[in-house]
Ligand binder design. Structure first.
Ligand SMILES: NC(=O)c1ccc[n+]([C@@H]2O[C@H](COP(=O)([O-])OP(=O)(O)OC[C@H]3O[C@@H](n4cnc5c(N)ncnc54)[C@H](OP(=O)(O)O)[C@@H]3O)[C@@H](O)[C@H]2O)c1
Length: 299
């Protein structure tokens, strides 16, 4: 059984590396990481997969630069949509399974209660559109697949809000953080744990139950907060563990005071209960998961 994880240098792939069996293959787009799989070149996906011949593809690679995607939609589409379709096509032809990671940004953020998997999608920025089309291409490919949507993803390293906040808190006395976008901060360890559990369930399932383990699932931590609330929790936890000398002053600001190229959904909370029911698996509360990340950095 060959399991291929794409996006080797990404934060979710790092968490998967810590938990999946050592024989798991991790592909990157360049450099020393072999095998190479460059998702900005959809035509090259099938020939590359012909050489790797995976039974399971866990696609964590993505064009995740949300603001840059506004002016580079073509690349975002190639990576997040067309290549995902190519993976699906290859998987369908070869009887492989695709576990694809998607995002809360497929929704428009106008809801006031957690989004379920059957809520119609309506992305409001290029990144969200490219991820939404990627989901669609995978479904249309006919491949056996699962789409896991997650949100506000972070881990102890990588490009994420948690790492940025800790760095800024060491550099500045005061920080202004958006307080009118609501979501569920979710750690890479929680999503990696859920993926590991899914893969083990697939291995042990009998054929008749296979279809019920496929489809679209929301995988996030429980609970919700704003970026401002998340920042405060990061700083309180970091100060109490000696990771920061002092609390910076935190000023809540509105999205309109913090303009970005890409619009952000105001409400991004996903309901993960379908995943928990289907896989008999409990996802952590966001504060508990944050404590685990802070503990891992404890000096
Ligand atoms: N971050 C979030 O808040 C968030 C929220 C919801 C969902 N998600 C989804 O979760 C998944 C994992 O995200 P993440 O936060 O782990 O992302 P990440 O840390 O930004 O990693 C993405 C990986 O994709 C790789 N990549 C980018 N363009 C590529 C290309 N053309 N060919 C091959 N690889 C390419 C990057 O390679 P390099 O290292 O070489 O750049 C990087 O290793 C993605 O599907 C993302 O859409 C993320």
């Amino acid at each position: 059984m060959t399991v291929l994880v794409t996006g080797a240098n990404g934060q979710l792939a790092a968490a998967l590396r810590a938990i999946l069996p050592p024989e798991t293959l991790f592909s990157g787009r360049a450099g020393d990481i072999l095998p190479h799989l460059d998702l900005s070149r959809p035509d090259e996906i099938a020939p590359a997969l012909d050489k790797i011949v995976p039974n399971i593809i866990v696609n964590t690679a993505a064009y995740t630069a949300v603001d840059a995607a506004e002016s580079d939609e073509e690349t975002a589409l190639a990576v997040n949509a067309h290549s995902v379709g190519e993976m699906g096509r290859w998987a369908f032809q070869h009887g492989a399974f695709v576990l694809h990671v998607s995002t809360d940004y497929v929704f428009d953020g106008t809801a006031s209660r957690p989004y379920t998997e059957d809520t119609p999608i309506a992305p409001i920025n290029s990144y969200g559109r490219s991820k939404a089309i990627g989901e669609q291409r995978l479904r249309e490919s006919g491949a056996s697949h699962a789409i896991l949507r997650t949100s506000w993803l972070y881990g102890p390293a990588g490009r994420n809000f948690f790492v940025t906040m800790l760095r800024l808190a060491r550099e500045r006395d005061a920080l202004r953080v958006v307080d009118d976008q609501m979501g569920s901060p979710t750690t890479t360890a929680v999503v990696a744990g859920a993926i590991h559990h899914m893969l083990r369930r697939r291995k042990t399932q009998d054929k008749s139950s296979a279809p019920s383990l496929e489809g679209t699932f929301h995988v996030t931590c429980h609970g919700q907060t704003t970026w401002h609330g998340f920042a405060r929790a990061i700083f309180e936890g970091a100060v109490s563990r000696g990771l920061l000398d002092r609390m910076p002053r935190l000023e809540p600001v509105s999205t309109s005071e913090f303009p970005t190229s890409a619009r952000r959904p105001a409400y991004s909370v996903l309901d993960p209960s379908k995943f928990e029911r289907t896989f008999d698996y409990r996802l952590a509360d966001w504060q508990y998961a944050l404590d685990a990340v802070l503990d891992s950095l404890h000096p």
